[in-house]
Design a protein around this ligand. Structure first.
Ligand code: ATP
Ligand code: MG
Length: 407
């Protein structure tokens, strides 16, 4: 039977590299963990010896909690942990030391052996890594590693290896417990949600923009989403798919996220007859960015995020990327700009968005005129914007927009 694991230990990566503002990042990380685990039986969350420890009231929830923790940005590895009360360790250790014997550390070694059997997989070698948070523990970390390592080696037949071992058996000595753990799940690293401020994501129903959003969320961005739908109203547009995609992204956020649904009709009625067919696509994209910028300012966002990938489609040539937004005052983050479709698709699958992204959806971009200009000039787009009164279109589109809170 698998050992009970009423504690989950998690490591963080990039935060450890931070200098003076490290405590700010740590506080954010711990708060995000608490928020992400709301509703779970959490007794405590603590930061000890470069690890975050999540104490559970109910050990049976460990797999579910570990899976949720894997989606908390900032964390690198997540491991369920077996605690051994110090009362089961200290008496034996003291009597060994008094008698001048090698310390046996029987309970720690037993658990280490069981965990090694449970999680060794194809490992060809191992190492025991010990840390003492309680420095009053009467023997030093290397001695603990040696005693436990000897038993694991004898029990499992695996040779020890100090550099780059296949399996690491961790022993963490705390005041009341010694924690032992091996199995670990890779989390996504990055920075805690919210530590980089807010940004407005242009979210379509495709593969690219959810990946773009996720990559920037991993850099600590707290996103708001804006989606443009065709049709006269939201039900005609069938935006359920967009809400589903947002829900997938919310799983990586400690808080519910806002999705703004904006109609494109105000653009269409004003552009007819004033914007030539081959400029329709680039002007439409300009309309999207102008709306996004205005909404971003109202929602304390400092940047826009889009899923553009250089050269992917006509609207994403280097000329057009520059011509569409000459007067946007905030940074436009395009995390996919240098990726090809295969890489983007791999990310889409890794974050579990792919299946939803490929469901059929009539995106308003896909119904635009089929032969867009490849090398639009900004001055032409600014002239068409004046002629069709793009600002009015933006004003009306946002007036008719609605906000959905997705959790
Ligand atoms: P695909 O995987 O089909 O390429 P996409 O979302 O990248 O999906 P594109 O036509 O390449 O679609 O659009 C480029 C970018 O423009 C998107 O990544 C997204 O940021 C933005 N965008 C496109 N359509 C919309 C829309 N309806 N609402 C909001 N943003 C959109
Ligand atoms: Mg695309």
């Amino acid at each position: 039977m698998a050992l009970a694991t009423p504690i989950i230990a998690a490591t963080y990566a990039e935060i450890a590299l931070k200098g003076r503002n490290r405590t700010v990042f740590m506080r954010k990380l711990i708060n995000n963990i608490r928020a992400s685990l709301k509703g779970e039986p959490i007794a405590d969350v603590r930061h000890i010896e470069s690890r975050v420890l999540v104490y559970l009231d109910d050990a049976t929830t460990a797999p579910r909690v570990a899976e949720k923790l894997r989606k908390v940005f900032g964390l690198q590895w997540v491991s369920p942990v077996v605690p051994i009360p110090r009362t089961e360790i200290d008496l034996e250790l003291l009597s060994d030391l008094e008698a001048g014997r090698e310390p046996r550390l029987t309970r720690i070694s037993e658990v280490a052996c069981q965990l090694t059997e449970q999680n060794r997989g194809n490992a060809k070698n191992f190492k025991v890594a010990t840390r003492r948070s309680d420095k009053t523990f009467p023997i030093a970390s290397p001695e603990i590693s040696m005693a436990v390592g000897y038993t694991v080696h004898t029990g499992s037949g695996l040779p020890g290896r100090m550099t780059d071992p296949d399996l690491v058996v961790n022993v963490l000595v705390l005041k009341n417990n010694v924690l032992v753990f091996t199995g670990k799940e890779k989390a996504f690293g990055g920075l805690p949600s919210g530590s980089s401020g807010r940004a407005m994501v242009l979210l379509s129903g495709g593969i690219d923009s959810p990946v773009a959003a996720w990559l920037m969320m991993r850099r600590g961005i707290r996103p708001e989403f804006i989606h443009f739908y065709s049709g006269r109203n939201r039900s005609e547009a069938d935006v359920d798919k967009i809400i589903e995609l947002t829900k997938i992204l919310v799983e990586y956020s400690p808080v519910p996220l806002n999705l703004h649904l904006v109609p494109v009709v105000p653009f269409e009625v004003r552009s007819i007859g004033l914007v030539p067919d081959n400029y329709d696509m680039v002007m439409f994209r300009r309309f999207m960015f102008k709306c996004a910028e205005r909404l971003a300012k109202h929602n304390s966002c400092r940047a826009l995020i889009s899923g553009d990938s250089l050269g992917q489609v006509a609207s994403q040539t280097i000329h057009n990327l520059g011509a569409i937004t000459p007067d946007i005052e905030m940074p436009i983050l395009r995390p996919l700009v240098g990726m090809d479709k295969m890489e983007i698709t791999a990310w889409s699958k890794a974050i579990s968005a792919f299946k939803t992204s490929i469901l059929p959806y009539r995106d308003c971009c896909s119904i635009r005129s089929p032969r867009p200009i490849l090398n639009a000039r900004p001055q032409d787009l600014l002239r068409y914007s004046d002629e069709m009164d793009l600002n009015e279109a933006v004003f009306h589109a946002l007036k008719d927009s609605e906000k959905v809170i997705v959790e």
